[in-house]
Design a protein around this ligand. Sequence first.
Ligand SMILES: *Cc1c(COP(=O)(O)O)cnc(C)c1O
Length: 397
Amino acid sequence: MTHSLSEAIVDGVRRAIGSFDETVLLHRPYLPPTAWQFVKECLDTSWVSSAGSYVTRFEELLATTTGCERAVATVNGTAALEVCLRLTGVEPGDEVICPSLTFVATANAISHCQAVPHFVDVSASRLSIGPDALDDRLRKVAVASPEGTRNRETGRRIAAVCLMHCFGHPGQLREIVEICGRYEIPLIEDAAESLGSTYEGKHTGRFGKVSAVSFNGNKIITTGGGGAILTDDHELADRAKHLTTTGKVAHPWEFRHDEVAWNYRLPNVNAAMGVAQLEILSELLNAKRAIAGRYADAFAAVEGAQFLTEPPDCQSNYWLNCILLDPELAESRDGVLEALNASGYQCRPVWIPMHQLEMYRDCPRGPLEQTESLSRRAINIPSSAHLAPGWAEKHVR
Ligand SMILES: *Cc1c(COP(=O)(O)O)cnc(C)c1O
């Protein structure tokens, strides 16, 4: 069974993106010629570090691209998320509800605030927090207190819900926003993977009080390493800037810092790369849609595996394409991965769920059936923009 399934899946990938002499990487960044030009300008003028005009341009472009009032660039996405949590009022000893099916940064950022991740299950159609799972969990453990909603089992305050838009597919925002409102728990979006994804026409990252995006090397655009905090709240954005720039009080020459803060600034040379890619984001998004369309067609005929498509009323950035093996075929996953990688297609399983990692084993959690099932049968397949039909001819470099 594994054998014919593997063959069918390798064949599906080949029909969608073609055959190549070299290994096809899971996700390779595309750096347009302007990236070289802008970075060179930083080097020529020696404006390479934390001050410089590209950081401001990058932040402005991010705000216009997402429709957010403000964007504050940071050194990486984990740092952005940590600051988001702090800005939302997460304190040491609090709990933050998040998925277990996520990249470790989500849980780490919560831990860096000396808070405790509290895992709830995801929905199988989107791979992000399921409204029913969240509602059931809160119904079971939530109790109102003067300081906010508490977990009656641990006594800790539930200070935030952190929704992650998995592989760029927007989560069930309408329902999650409603539930958070009902329990008066602030919502934060881990939009690290969803730059360019919209929910009912509105960009992801605009539904929470404050959100984080990432520009790590494998994300839809990259600044080498980098991230940003998004918000519509000017006061929060000013706080974010202050907290990420050492708490320095603006002054032409004096060094006065008015609180313990971080140096989480994005250097100018990194922002320069980001500006170049943000300027062509719509082209990248079109390319990603085209690849996803090819995969959807190719996998329509493959029995036992299903290509994950964007949810209704959403536009996904299709950052990382994903196929799901049927639940009864989960055992075949490693064989399929071996066949794909041996055929020159770099493919990998989804993350080991957080509650199965040593350091997060004892965290509070609801039932995680979907998380465990999906983690055994999801496979990410090559997703670089340059795999889109016609991309190579248009982008010689
Ligand atoms: C990439 C990513 C982050 C942030 O990661 P950095 O590498 O610190 O930029 C956070 N959450 C998720 C889900 C991610 O995929």
